[in-house]
Design a binder for this molecule. Structure first.
Ligand code: OGA
Ligand code: MN
Length: 202
């Protein structure tokens, strides 16, 4: 018997290709992740996703990131990975997605920074199947901006605000999306659930 906890999310992902989950982590767990992300950022452990040498890339995305190290997870990170793995396994079994693992990174956008419209695919690889973004920002107000704008197949879009505790899931290959600039710092965990990559051209 599989846990039914993620049934609604599974149905929504199957029907629409995207969904929002509000109960992945407890408030205390979310706050611990936010504190750790803030501390790591203050200690300069996050690095600009676009290097200063590449001005074109800097215009594309203004965040700084740090990967979780799977063999060296902090307690808050372990709690997150445990929950993401439970969700990954539920989605993979119900939707036959073959999701073998996941990768996660902290991302911090300074005030005014965004990430231009893009698709989550790397190096021509199809390993990323489901994109998951978990937000860490307490007391976020919509007027502060910073929405994730998800472009839907019918040319409409949905804006998801980066409030602490919100998790958004979408199929990596199908949804172009962008991060709109905010008037305050914006923190998240970007995560990808992956299948075994099939090399391009085979
Ligand atoms: C990404 C991304 C969205 C967000 O890191 O690829 O699109 O809302 N992040 O932070
Ligand atoms: Mn993305």
């Amino acid at each position: 018997m599989l846990p039914r906890e993620f049934d609604a999310a599974t149905r929504a992902l199957a029907a629409d290709g995207w969904c929002v989950i509000e109960n992945l982590m407890t408030d205390v767990q979310t706050q611990a992740l936010a504190s750790e992300c803030t501390a790591m950022h203050t200690s300069r452990l996050l690095m600009p996703a676009a290097t200063g040498l590449d001005r074109a890339l800097t215009l594309l995305r203004g965040d700084s990131t740090r990967w979780f190290e799977s063999r060296n997870l902090s307690a808050p990170q372990q709690a997150f990975v445990d929950r993401i793995d439970a969700l990954r396994i539920a989605l993979s079994r119900r939707l036959l997605l073959g999701l073998v693992d996941s990768e996660s990174q902290y991302a911090v956008y300074p005030s005014g920074a965004g990430y231009a419209r893009h698709l989550d695919q790397l190096h021509q690889s199809d390993a990323r199947v489901v994109s998951a973004v978990f937000y860490l920002n307490a007391n976020w107000l919509d007027v502060e901006g910073g929405a994730l704008r998800l472009y839907l197949a019918d040319a409409s879009h949905r804006d998801i605000y980066p409030r602490a505790g919100t998790l958004v899931l979408f199929l990596s290959a199908q949804f172009e999306h962008e991060v709109l600039p905010a008037t305050r710092q914006r923190m998240s965990i970007a995560c990808w659930m992956r299948q075994r990559a099939v090399p391009v051209g085979h």
